[in-house]
Design a protein around this ligand. Sequence first.
Ligand code: ME8
Length: 500
Amino acid sequence: MSFYVTTAISYVNGVPHLGHAYEAIGTDVLARHRRLRGEDVFFLTGTDEHGEPVADAARAEGVEPQVLADRNAARFQDMVAALEISNDFFIRTTDERHAVRVQQVLQRVHDRGYTYKGLYEGWYCPRCADFKVENEILDGNRCPIHEIELTREQEENWFFRLSAFQEPLERLFAEQPDFVMPQHHYNEARAFIGSGLQDLSLTRARMRWGVVVPWDPRHVFYVWFDALLNYYTALWYAREGEDLTPRYWPANVHVIGKDILKFHTVFWPAMLMAAGIECPRHVFVHGFLLGSDGRKMSKSLGNVLDPFEVLERYGTDALRFYLMRDVVWGADGAVGMDGVRARYEGELANEYGNLASRTINMIERYCEGTVPTVATDPQLRAEFAALPARIDELLERVELSAALEEIWVRVRRLNRYVEERAPWTLARDPERAGELAMVLASLAEGLRAVSVALTAYMPSKTAVLLDALGASAHTEREFGEHGFGGRVSAIPPLFPKTAA
Ligand code: ME8
């Protein structure tokens, strides 16, 4: 079974921020989870390098757009590596191979009669590189996203017959009620379609920084069409000598932020239909990270959480865990250093880290360093039995925080189990040696099972822990009937308290 998952591609007019990190981490959790289930995964991320925002930023700096794109694309690649994102490819839309494929697809849209030449006039936001329709414009002709004043623009260009897809889109939404998740964003997209679709400007005559229109080379494609197509073009050339399109298309999940809903849930499927290409299965929309005071993050308000500062103090896994745990996936959420510290100390160090060191220490002390291969506790086994299926079900709906909570309930359960069964008391009584072996085999097995479940969220620390448990080769997700017999080795605290 194949699973193709993508993030939005980031504009290279700026450098990466925590919002980009958040989206990449959430998508990475999905990709890693599917690989763990043995699925054939392709995970794509990358950068959006054409269009007015990039051309304007380059002009302001007095450099060629490609120079700016190269510099900032490298920053995004560095961020992806620092966060241990397991993407299979990093697409850059200034790649010539992407351009060739964009031209092929949009030529098909043209040949099938979905374009025409016309005069476009409208209110335009240069930051969005988008014309705004009347009902989204703020008072004073301002952009609903950037709140800057819009400019009145007119030019002759090629149009895409979006209006021809009113009914097909309504049908898509009716047939695939989970096409857009969560539900309130599905409703929002459906309402936008219901309000009546206007044709879209497909090309730009004044711009040069884009993919050239093959049937009219004086124009370049409007950046959003070039950008959306990245999800499709990458498969064509990501692997040398192999076209991955038949293997992975249609995409299973596009993960995006709520500001780009309309592009992904209305324009994108319409464009694919026009080209005769199958539509993606799901678009998942996450919320926005806000400053610690609940307001939009902004340097001037001093409420920004810097991802690199968190990485330095607490490490990659702690940042990944914190974001997935504290900001309910799908809603907006405030983030700040106090929250990171509280999760780190309270949950990672005291709950998970402590469970790990206690378990390993007791196996060393009472079982000569080897996990006993005896039957595990049937009660604990029963409490863990539903975990893999429950995680699958939640992650199917991209409920990343809810799935993490399911795992954490088990981490807490294991800590309670240690207190309830008090292995140090059992160890004093030779007649209870069998019970002691059962308790320690169960703890080791429980710790192994939660750690396997957590690998999608915290790939590094869980790998260290599984190795210390002698369980690196035991990646099965179920809580087993017997201890796995690993040889444990003592490790320094997984989440050292001194980091704060
Ligand atoms: O929109 N919190 O690029 P982008 C959470 N190039 N997510 C955030 C965020 C925040 N504070 N700020 C931004 C673009 N994002 C286009 C996409 S896709 C074919 C083209 C998210 O760099 C945002 O919602 O502005 C989007 O999903 C992603 O970061 C890239 O944003």
